[in-house]
Design a binder for this molecule. Structure first.
Ligand code: AMP
Length: 426
């Protein structure tokens, strides 16, 4: 019986791990430069954290959550996104008593019951930040800058940053009334999904990909043309700071995002190098009321999340290579031909590994010929053969598999030379 991994999940190994580690390292380094520190929250939460946080009528809560009951009949849900969990953790641990804004980042698996396709999975990894405790437009700009900088550091070009302002609860209520007033008379031209959104989650009609709906939406009022004074001022300041940083953006008046908690600024970064519908690499926005709704103080916040797998797909497509990790790229295989040499072989392996040389030994002794063939098949660059003779002389013979050149060194007195010959990066 051979089992497959569940639909929409994948196993990661080999080169993919190098990409994943690299992306996590680059992000962590950048977050630290921007003064963000890490938070780790559980992979599952009480279901209400998401249903209240993301919104009962959102697509995620309605259709995409992995919800289950534990043995005590409590409803739990695998986290579909990071913000609601981080907000729960901020309130529960009273993290807001520290200096504000609180700047946090996270890296971890998220789970959504979506129809899997390229760049869309049921378990995927998000890297995100949350900055809680300031309503200054400067912090929106900082968060967008961080998102942009991350992709710039990775060497991505052809990126488009979309930004919009979806108002505060006050001006949005007025606007949604106006929008519904315009959509109800033409509801026959809207798809079933959009009809279902009307009155419940009306703003989400802007996310619809159906052509007839898009036609209708071209002519309707836009939220960013109907902002209250405060929201408009906020928006203008965010974009003027983006100008200072030289970050190009497009004000996309049709941009809305699928979470109920957003207020004012929302943004998304897409790559025109991805030729599938899943071209958003990441996005985020401001959420001014969520912490209060979760029983904490009034703390305005803003954050973003990017998809790790989608980012790696693009890195690979653009031929962006993972640079060396400081471990030698040359690999060495130590062939022990005699069980009595075990201690000598371990002494050599210990020294080489301590000096960053990637090496391994044959844990099962076969013939030299078989071991060399195995080393070639596994892509090793060097082999060191240790037999009774070498052990007695305390020497080591290194064979370069590319050109079969061979040199012998004295183990006690020529360690530096050995490291150089094996391709040390130190
Ligand atoms: P969201 O939390 O929906 O704003 O998504 C933020 C980013 O996470 C997206 O731009 C994607 O890069 C990534 N993402 C979201 N959903 C998925 C998914 N089902 N599979 C892979 N990546 C995803």
């Amino acid at each position: 019986m051979i089992y497959n991994s569940p639909r929409g999940t994948e196993d990661y190994f080999g080169e993919e791990i190098r990409y994943r580690d690299f992306l996590a390292e680059v992000s962590k380094k950048l977050f630290k430069i921007f003064n963000y520190s890490e938070i780790i929250t559980p992979h599952f939460e009480h279901t209400e954290v998401f249903s209240r946080g993301i919104g009962e009528n959102s697509e995620i809560v309605q259709k995409e959550m992995f919800t289950f009951f534990d043995k005590k009949n409590r409803s739990l849900t695998l986290r579909p996104e990071g913000t609601a969990s981080v907000v729960r953790a901020i309130v529960e641990n009273k993290l807001y008593s520290e200096n504000l804004p609180l700047k946090l980042f996270y890296i971890g698996s998220m789970f959504r019951y979506e129809r899997p396709q390229k760049g869309r999975m049921r378990e995927f990894c998000q890297i995100g930040v949350e900055s809680a405790g300031s309503d200054s437009p400067a912090i929106d700009t900082e968060v967008i800058w961080l998102l942009y900088e991350l992709f710039r550091k990775l060497g991505f070009k052809n990126l488009t940053l979309y930004i919009n302002n979806i108002g505060c609860p006050e001006c949005r209520v007025e606007y949604v009334k106006m929008l519904e007033g315009q959509l109800l008379p033409v509801k026959d031209r809207l798809c079933d999904d959009c009809n279902a959104r009307l009155g419940k989650n009306t703003l989400r009609v802007f996310d619809c990909k159906v052509k007839t709906c898009r036609e209708v939406l071209k002519d309707v009022v836009k939220i960013s043309d109907n902002l209250c004074k405060k929201c408009l001022k906020h928006f203008n300041e965010v974009v003027s700071l983006l100008d200072v940083l030289g970050i190009d953006y497009i004000h996309n008046k049709n941009l809305v995002r699928g979470f109920d908690y957003y207020t004012r600024t929302i943004f998304e970064i897409i790559s025109s190098d991805i030729d599938s519908a899943q071209n958003a690499l990441g996005g985020g926005g401001r959420y001014d009321n969520l912490i209060k709704e979760f029983g904490g103080p009034e703390l305005s916040s803003v954050g973003f999340a990017i998809g790790l797998e989608r980012t790696i797909l693009l890195m690979r497509q653009l031929g962006i290579k993972v640079p060396d990790s400081g471990v030698s790229s040359d690999k060495t295989y130590i062939i022990n031909m005699d069980p009595s040499c075990g201690r000598y072989v371990f002494e050599i392996m210990g020294y080489l590994r301590n000096h960053g040389i990637c090496c391994d030994i044959n844990f099962n002794i076969k013939s030299v010929g078989k071991e060399i063939k195995l080393a070639q098949d596994k892509g090793y660059d060097n082999v060191i053969i240790i037999g009774e003779d070498e052990y007695r002389k305390k020497s080591i013979k290194i064979k370069k598999l590319k050109n079969y050149s061979q040199e012998e060194f004295d183990w006690e007195s020529e360690k530096e030379k050995i490291l150089n010959f094996l391709g040390s990066m130190e």
